[in-house]
Design a protein around this ligand. Structure first.
Ligand SMILES: Cc1cc2nc3c(=O)[nH]c(=O)nc-3n(C[C@H](O)[C@H](O)[C@H](O)COP(=O)(O)OP(=O)(O)OC[C@H]3O[C@@H](n4cnc5c(N)ncnc54)[C@H](O)[C@@H]3O)c2cc1C
Length: 386
C-alpha cells in the first residue's frame, strides 16, 4: 500500500497542497477563523453539545479516523461536534507515541508549521479547560526553561506566553546561561484520553477496536484521517520519519512541589520535571535516543517494553537538579517513541478515498492535537461546500 503524499491543488488553504496553519504573525483569532472554534467557546457546556450535532456543517457525512492517540481522538471529537458520522479505529497498541507525559508548551521546532499549531493548541486547551474538558484535565503551571551555552536557543514563542519573564542570573542553575519563566499548560495524557472518549460518546462516535491494515481501503467513508502516529511510516512507506525514543519516570508528588522545570543542557538527556496537580504525580524525563524506523517497529511489535536502565539514569540526573525529589516514591517507568518526521505531515491525498494525513508530530503531538483537528475539520467542511 503506497499512497503517495501528493500536493493537492484544490486544497482550500495553502497553495502547496499542504494544509497550512496560519502564519505566526497573522494567526486569525479562532472566533473569527472557524465556526467550529466559535462553537467551542468557553460558554459551551457539555449538556448543550448533542443539540449542536444535527445541524452541524458535516451532518451525517461518514468519516473514518484511523489511530486514537491524541491527534485521532481530538479529530474524532471535532468531526463529531460538526455532525459527522464518525468511526474511530484503534488497534489498542497505543504505544507508537507516548501520551502520558503530555504537557502543553510553545514547542520550538525547525518545522515552521509546528510553532503556530502549538500556540493554537495551547490556546484551545486553555479555552476548553473546565468546560468542554472536565475540570482538572488541563492545569496551568509556572514553568522555567533554562539553557546551557551549547544548547539550542530558547523557543521564540515563549515570549508571547502569560507571565513571561527572563530569569535573573542568580535564578539560573549551575552552567545555564539564560532562562525564562512562563505560565504553561499541563495536560496529562492519562486524563485527556478518557475525557475525549466521553466527548466521543456525547457525539455518537463509534470507537472500534481494530487494526486497519490499509486506511485508504475504507472506501465507504467520505473522508479518512490517517492519525496512526509512527505506524504511518510503515503503513504508507513514508521515508521521512526519524523517530526518537524517550523514557519518563513517574514519582509521587512531594507535598508542596509545583511547576514545570526544564533544563536544556545541550545533551540528549536534558532533564525536566512536570508537576501534575490532577494526578498527584511528577513526571521526570528528558532522554532522546534516535532509532531507525525498523528498530522502532521491532520495539513496538515486541510489546513496547519500558527501558528501566534509562529510567534509573533519568532519576539520578533529576535528583541532582531537584534534590527535593530525592525521597519521592517511585511509581513507574514508561518508554515511548516520538513520531518525529522531517516535516509534520498535514496533507490530503486523493485516491479512491480522500485520505487526510495528520502525523509526524514528534515530541509535541499532545500540544498540537486540538489545532490539528480543527484544521482537518475545516478542510473537510470546505471540501463538502465545493
Ligand atoms: C517520552 C515522551 C514524552 C513526550 N512528552 C510529550 C509532551 O510532554 N507533550 C507533547 O505534546 N507530546 C509529548 N510526546 C509526544 C507525543 O506523545 C506524540 O507526539 C503523540 O503521541 C503523537 O500523537 P498521534 O495521535 O499522532 O500518534 P500516537 O499517539 O502514536 O497514536 C497513534 C495511534 O494509532 C494506533 N494505530 C497505529 N496504526 C494503526 C492501524 N493500522 N490501525 C489501527 N490503529 C493504529 C496506535 O496504536 C496508536 O494508538 C512525548 C513522547 C515521548 C516518547
Amino acid at each position: 500500500m503506497n499512497a503517495p503524499f501528493l500536493p493537492n491543488p484544490d486544497l482550500p488553504s495553502g497553495d502547496s497542497g499542504m494544509l497550512q496553519p496560519p502564519r505566526a504573525n497573522s494567526t486569525p483569532a479562532l472566533d473569527s477563523a472557524s465556526p467550529i472554534a466559535r462553537n467551542f467557546s468557553p460558554d459551551m457546556t457539555l449538556p448543550s453539545v448533542p443539540k449542536l450535532r444535527p445541524s452541524g456543517p458535516l451532518a451525517g457525512v461518514p468519516v473514518a479516523i484511523v489511530g486514537a492517540g491524541p491527534v485521532g481522538s481530538w479529530t474524532a471529537a471535532l468531526f463529531g461536534h460538526a455532525g459527522a458520522a464518525v468511526r474511530l479505529y484503534d488497534d489498542g497498541i497505543l504505544n507508537t507515541g507516548f501520551v502520558n507525559a503530555g504537557w502543553g508548551f510553545a514547542y520550538h521546532s525547525s518545522d515552521p508549521a509546528a510553532g503556530p499549531l502549538a500556540a493554537q493548541g495551547i490556546e484551545l486547551y486553555r479555552r476548553l479547560a473546565g468546560t468542554v474538558l472536565p475540570r482538572g484535565v488541563v492545569t496551568e503551571e509556572w514553568s522555567t526553561v533554562q539553557r546551557a551555552r551549547n544548547a539550542e536557543p530558547l523557543p521564540a514563542g515563549l515570549a508571547g506566553l502569560p507571565g513571561y519573564r527572563l530569569l535573573e542570573l542568580e535564578e539560573l542553575y549551575r552552567d545555564m546561561i539564560e532562562g525564562v519563566i512562563v505560565k504553561s499548560v499541563v495536560v496529562p495524557g492519562q486524563l485527556l484520553l478518557p475525557a475525549l472518549a466521553d466527548l466521543h460518546q456525547q457525539y455518537g462516535v463509534r470507537r472500534i477496536h481494530q487494526h486497519v491494515p490499509d486506511p485508504a481501503a475504507l472506501t465507504d467513508a467520505a473522508f479518512v484521517v490517517n492519525s496512526t502516529g509512527l505506524a504511518s511510516a510503515w503503513l504508507f512507506e513514508d521515508t521521512e520519519f526519524s523517530p526518537s525514543m524517550g523514557t519518563v519516570v513517574r514519582l509521587q508528588k512531594p507535598e508542596g512541589f509545583t511547576g514545570v522545570h526544564a533544563w536544556d543542557n545541550g545533551t540528549n538527556t536534558a532533564p525536566y520535571a512536570i508537576s501534575q496537580e490532577a494526578t498527584g504525580q511528577v513526571v521526570v524525563g528528558g532522554t532522546t535516543t534516535p532509532v531507525s524506523v525498523a528498530q522502532a517497529r521491532r520495539w513496538v511489535e515486541a510489546g513496547s517494553q519500558p527501558d528501566e536502565e534509562t529510567g534509573e539514569r533519568v532519576l539520578e540526573q533529576i535528583k541532582s537538579y531537584l534534590p527535593e525529589l530525592s525521597e519521592a516514591e517511585f511509581v513507574r517507568t514508561d518508554t515511548g517513541i516520538r513520531p518525529e518526521r522531517r516535516r509534520i505531515l498535514l496533507a490530503r491525498h486523493h485516491g479512491d478515498t480522500t485520505v487526510f494525513h495528520a502525523t509526524g508530530f514528534g515530541g509535541f503531538g499532545v500540544t498540537v492535537a486540538p489545532a490539528v483537528a480543527l484544521r482537518l475539520v475545516e478542510a473537510a467542511i470546505a471540501a463538502v461546500a465545493t
